[in-house]
Unconditional design. Structure first.
Length: 162
């Protein structure tokens, strides 16, 4: 199994969106049996909660179901459990680096949009998925647009490892 963990701050907007998008794209690619997906937050504020309703609604319009996800906090053991630990923004990445354990790990945390960029994302200078929590409704659509694009790149990388 190849294991992918998406990480944001609260685990109720961006990382569950990426979780739902990647799961469905993997199903469409026939890769559900070989890749496992999860998501987590660096903060514990929303542990046990379902994704933000605005994220769920925006995702549902594109046929992604996020309703069964429940927030959890990222932990040191995630770095020995997952093959990819993908942060949504620079501060998430810094927070993750602070909990990387000193022993053997499978992966260092990486910035999702930067590692799995595209010519379009590069042209727009996008390396982070911006936090939509306090912003306008458009922010949730933008999260989906960026995440969909980078997930396609991630799937290419996963395929190259199979
Ligand atoms: P997320 O968004 O990190 O994409 O889940 C946020 C969710 C909650 C908060 C901030 C960001 N908050 O401050 O509670």
């Amino acid at each position: 199994m190849i294991k992918v963990l998406f990480v944001c701050l609260g685990n109720i907007c961006r990382s569950p969106t990426a979780h739902g998008v990647l799961e469905r794209k993997l199903a469409m690619a026939g890769l559900s049996d070989v890749v496992e997906v999860d998501s987590a937050g660096t903060a514990a504020w929303h542990v046990g909660k379902e994704p933000d309703l605005r994220s769920q609604q925006a995702a549902r319009k594109r046929d992604y179901d996020l309703s069964h996800f429940r927030a959890r906090q990222a932990i040191a053991d995630d770095f020995s459990e997952f093959d990819y630990v993908l942060a949504m923004d620079d501060s998430n990445l810094e927070n993750l680096k602070a909990i990387v354990p000193s022993g053997a790990i499978k992966t260092e945390p990486q910035l999702f949009l930067q590692t799995f960029s595209t010519p379009n994302l590069k042209a727009k200078g996008l390396t982070e998925v911006p936090d939509p929590y306090y912003g306008e409704k458009d922010g949730f659509e933008e999260v989906l647009d960026m995440v969909e694009e980078a997930c396609d790149q991630l799937i290419l990388d996963i395929r190259s490892k199979l």
